[in-house]
Design a protein around this ligand. Structure first.
Ligand SMILES: Cc1ncc(COP(=O)(O)O)c(C=O)c1O
Length: 446
């Protein structure tokens, strides 16, 4: 076996941001890419395989292997680039793999939503021509300054007067002249009630206070936008209707010219038990309501999909280390790519890769490899009744907030990646819809 191990996973101090390490020296682009090297898996990347079964057969890996499907990410990107009635920014946080960034760029995604200076550096280094937007409403002055001066960022979001003042001060030149070319987006708080993951608490100015902030921001902005986020995995287009109605009220209250509306992320992917309407329905509703807003005649429409662009990019091969009744001890888990499966009970499609197993399926729960009781994924995950230690499982749809979340906790988290040419276990982009009578554990839209 020619498997070469890589130790690219860094110890981290935040579960949510496994790639965040101590700050880089100002403007140090060389190391920006290394910072995210834990999601650029490496040594097996040049090896292309037919599918997950072929990978399991070839390597019989003792560590999890991430499978990359560039063709699936490129298909999603082409879909957004050609069908969304405006500009699509990729929300880098969903999966900051440099390989993925290159795929998205090649498929027509030219704008990138970054949330930290490390993401700004990564995208600038990986895609020198890309347009970067700094869409975290709470930034450090040094991050704003570097983004503006060094990396050419002009678009920033904010949801308070303090952040506005910070942006204005940090982008002034050494003589104190204010930046003439700021493109500022005021983030409005909207409901997350139609989404699986709420983003309604932390950011966004309330409608009641939005008017004065929009007016003040207009004074400093060459170009003024309103942005929001309806929450991740929005299960109905109505989520955007409701949010755009709130935008309308905020604009009416402020009485200022608006140059851009950014409907954020939230576009769904397909998971067991979560099959959303076609994305075209979302696009049509958004376009209709955008057209009816009281905004500049040449105002732009933007969106910031994360999940919808990268969910299909990755799946994972894990090994069953032990079976205890209906519980399988596998070698990835809550501190690895299965964060959402453990912490919010998200179910992902699964498939046993070991041949000659029973066709009868049973419900299983997973334990991850660490010593932590919380390293538990309840599922249920339907797998062959006679699955046993030594078998391999493919866990699908982990490209968004899965592959990017891996940590080295307890010494686990090592592994590698390969490219496979088969279809992801589910897709919103293949044009086929699921037969509702099919088991909702494995959603196969092929
Ligand atoms: C500002 C912003 N834009 C876009 C996204 C991407 O959201 P999603 O992955 O639901 O499309 C996020 C996710 O947290 C976000 O915070």
């Amino acid at each position: 076996m020619t498997f070469r191990w890589q130790s690219r996973i860094y110890t981290c101090d935040s579960l949510h941001h496994p790639y965040i390490r101590p700050p880089l020296p100002h403007g140090d682009f060389q190391t920006a890419r290394q910072l995210f090297a834990n999601v650029r898996w490496g040594s097996l990347e040049l090896h292309h395989h037919l599918d997950a079964s072929a990978v399991a057969r070839t390597y019989a890996p003792d560590e999890p292997i991430i499978l990359n499907r560039p063709h699936a990410a490129a298909r999603a990107a082409r879909f957004f680039a050609s069908k969304f009635p405006g500009k699509s920014l990729y929300a880098v946080k969903a999966n900051p793999s440099a390989d993925l960034l290159e795929v998205l760029w090649g498929a027509g995604i030219t704008h990138y939503d970054t949330a930290s200076i490390a993401e700004v550096r990564l995208v600038r280094q990986t895609l020198p021509e890309a347009t970067l937007c700094f869409m975290h409403p709470v930034k450090t002055a040094s991050a704003i300054r570097e983004a503006y001066r060094v990396h050419g960022v002009r678009t920033f979001s904010l949801d308070t007067r303090e952040e506005l003042e910070k942006i204005v001060a940090a982008t002034a030149d050494d003589e104190g002249n204010l930046a003439p070319d700021l493109r500022l987006c005021v983030r409005l708080r909207v409901s997350s009630e139609y989404s699986e993951l709420s983003l309604a608490s932390k950011f966004g100015i309330d409608l009641a206070d939005a008017g004065p902030l929009l007016q003040e921001t207009r004074q400093s902005a060459d170009w003024l936008g309103v942005c929001f986020h309806v929450g991740s995995q929005a299960m109905t287009p109505f989520a955007y209707v409701q949010a755009l109605e709130r935008v309308r009220a905020a604009i009416a209250d402020a009485g200022v010219v608006i140059d851009m509306i950014d409907v954020g992320g939230g576009f769904p992917s397909v998971y067991p038990g979560m099959e959303p309407p076609p994305l075209e329905d979302y696009f049509a509703v958004i376009h209709r309501h955008f057209e009816a807003l009281p905004i500049a005649y040449n105002a732009e429409l933007w969106c910031e999909p994360g999940r919808a662009l990268c969910a299909e990019y990755n799946s994972l091969i894990v090994k069953v280390e032990k079976r205890r009744g209906r519980e399988l001890y596998i070698n990835d888990g809550a501190y690895g790519a299965l964060y959402d499966a453990a912490h919010i009970g998200w179910r992902f499609p699964v498939k046993c890769l070991t041949g000659n197993r029973s066709e009868a399926l049973e419900d299983f729960a997973f334990y991850g490899p660490t010593c932590d009781d919380a390293d538990y994924m309840e599922g249920p995950f339907q797998l062959p009744a006679d699955i046993q230690a030594g078998d391999f499982i493919e866990i699908g749809m982990l490209g968004a907030y899965g592959a990017a979340m891996r940590t080295a906790f307890n010494g686990f988290g090592q592994g590698d990646s390969v490219i496979v040419g088969d279809e992801p276990m589910a897709s919103l982009y293949t044009g086929e819809r699921k037969d509702p009578r099919v088991s909702d554990n494995v959603v196969s839209l092929r």
